[in-house]
Design a protein around this ligand. Structure first.
Ligand code: PLP
Length: 385
């Protein structure tokens, strides 16, 4: 018997009737593209974060790319980021024309190490791009101190960090830009989607223009009923806008963000208790005076004590019908970066070690009590406990 009868999809979203009704209303209205619901979602998100601006885009990858451009990052510049992230963090830097430079992570928090950032700064460094890994805030006091002293822009990758706080301030508000993902596995979803919060009005206006072909500011209103308007192309922009159908989902996901956070926290606590005696390194305790977003519950398999490899553990969990993830193989493990940039995993030993041992267990608000118990059973069985 498998621990679970039907396969438990990793990161399945928690959607309700309100999302369905709002999408249906969008379709019935005939207005599918960028319109009033995107504007409402931007307002709601801005209110939730307490940011000065918010611009909805098609993904966090788009958000990072446009933020780098608005930060003035260009060919010849370097941007410092973490090897313990999704490839798109690094790709966005390359898309902006710059060279990504990696600073290794702290072995316990798995977040970029401020002293490593300092070590990697050169005269070409233009920006720092920290990732709040798994929803745990980076050391923002240290990172902001470095950025002020060295006059660097800060772009926060908040793909895991909608609910994250550090010393009473919300993630995304420390840097010049905060970039969020509403991909389907994230804490809140629009299917595909992203958001940039900025503190500078000009940055926000530039991102809006770049996200829609480089059309002049009022282009977003050009489909409305207040008279025909000619548009002007003022930059060579991209097609990175969000649709109303997506925003329709996001508006209601945002309303659920706190109840979903509480659910994930309860699952996190249950896992901590259930796995305390196993040959696994459990996630570090959230730091004092911070709020963890509980986006990923990642364990490190202690291969010697467990007597099985990480990959064997992944296989056994899948055989038990439990969907698992790996966040992440460190970025230098991928051939593109090794060949193009000459990166070696060994040069970032903490990220390499984590990436080769880590497994993410299901942690979404859609999990039932039964699902959580099945995950626990599967983990114990897979480890022969
Ligand atoms: C998911 C993710 C992204 C990319 O988000 P998309 O919305 O899918 O483009 C970027 N960075 C991190 C850390 C992520 O987890």
């Amino acid at each position: 018997m498998r621990s679970k009868e039907r396969f438990l999809v990793f990161g399945a979203p928690a959607l309700g009737d309100e999302e369905i009704a709002e999408v249906t209303a969008s379709i019935k209205s005939g207005w599918l593209g960028t319109g009033p619901k995107v504007a409402r979602f931007e307002n709601d998100f801005r209110d939730y974060k307490g940011s000065r601006n918010a611009v909805a885009v098609s993904s966090c990858t788009a958000a990072l790319h446009l933020s780098a451009m608005a930060a003035g990052v260009e060919a010849g510049d370097e941007v410092i980021t973490t090897p313990m992230t999704f490839c798109s963090t690094v790709n966005a830097i390359i898309h902006a024309g710059a060279t990504p430079v990696l600073a290794d992570v702290d072995p316990v928090t798995m977040n970029i190490s401020p002293s490593e950032i300092e070590r990697k700064i050169t005269p070409k460094t233009r920006a720092i791009l920290p990732v709040h890994f798994a929803g745990r805030p980076c050391e923002m006091d240290e990172i902001m101190e470095i950025s002020k002293r060295r006059k660097l822009k800060v772009i926060e990758d908040c793909a895991h960090a909608v609910e994250t706080e550090y010393k009473g301030r919300k993630a995304g508000l420390f840097g010049d830009f905060g970039c969020f993902s509403f991909y389907v596995t994230k804490n809140m979803t629009t299917g595909e989607g992203g958001m940039v919060v900025t503190r500078d009005d000009n940055d926000s206006a530039r991102i809006k223009i770049l996200a829609l072909h480089g059309l002049s500011k009022d282009a977003w209103k050009r489909f409305g009923d207040d008279g025909f308007k000619h548009y002007e192309v003022v930059e060579c922009g991209y097609k990175y806008n969000m649709m109303d159908i997506q925003a329709a989902i996001g508006i209601h996901q945002l309303k659920r963000v706190e109840t979903h956070w509480l659910k994930r926290r309860a699952v996190w606590d249950k896992y901590n208790t259930a796995f305390a005696d196993l040959p696994l390194t459990l996630p570090a305790e959230p730091a004092r005076d911070t709020r963890h977003a509980y986006h990923l519950y990642t364990v490190l398999v202690d291969e010697e004590k467990a007597k099985i490899s990480r990959d064997e553990f992944l296989r056994r969990m899948t055989a038990e019908n439990i969907g698992v993830g790996v966040h992440y193989m460190s970025v230098p493990e991928h051939p593109y970066y090794r060949e193009k940039l000459g990166w070696k995993p060994e040069d970032y030993p903490n990220a390499m070690r984590i990436g080769r041992k880590t497994v993410s267990l299901p942690l979404s608000a859609g999990l039932t009590d039964e699902d959580v118990n099945d995950v626990i059973t599967a983990v114990r069985r897979s480890l022969g406990a």
